[in-house]
Design a protein around this ligand. Structure first.
Ligand code: NI
Length: 170
């Protein structure tokens, strides 16, 4: 497996609308595994392909806890088909906006479907942390980041902090 380089804001590759994949093959399965290894190495709960510079609608999610067990989701061409009117607020973070967090309000419950690593269509209904995580990761596929839900002032502050952080690292 290979560790992938996670892009951070304001990298323009985080703003692409990623393309659907045509078939889940060995190449995609390897990519899923690399993304999962990268997600664990960076201590994240989810990772979307555009975050590692890959223009494909692929997402991996691990919200392992007592309620969800130790399921790791590998999702190709995921799509949300229903969102509740009821909202919930969650304190979100993102590997592309490292070391920062902010509260974001999103629909509390969703229904969605995706192709798993075998190319089988799977359906999920969730009304908890998994629903939040799915919405956050699927936003990445459309070039959207959680900081887009914050005020423009706060968003710019976050981007500037990450830029400064990266400068010290280089
Ligand atoms: Ni993210």
């Amino acid at each position: 497996m290979t560790l992938l380089n996670v892009l951070t804001v304001p990298d323009p590759r985080l703003r692409i609308k990623a393309k659907p994949i045509s078939v889940v093959d060995d190449k995609i399965r390897t990519l899923f595994d690399d993304m999962i290894e990268t997600m664990y190495a960076e201590d994240g709960a989810g990772l979307a392909a555009p975050q590692v510079g890959i223009d494909m609608r692929l997402v991996v999610i691990d919200v392992s806890d007592s309620a969800h067990g130790s399921t790791v989701f590998k999702m190709a061409n995921p799509e949300i088909t229903w969102r509740s009117n009821e909202m919930s607020i969650c304190n979100e973070g993102c590997l592309s906006v490292p070391e920062l967090r902010a509260e974001v309000s999103r629909p509390k419950a969703i229904k969605m479907h995706y192709l798993d690593e075998n190319g089988t269509l799977q359906h999920i209904e969730s009304d908890d942390i998994l629903a939040t995580c799915i919405q956050h990761e699927l936003d990445h596929l459309d070039g959207k980041l959680y900081i887009d839900y914050l005020s423009s002032l706060k968003r710019q502050m976050f981007i500037n902090k990450v830029k400064r952080m990266k400068k010290y690292e280089d």
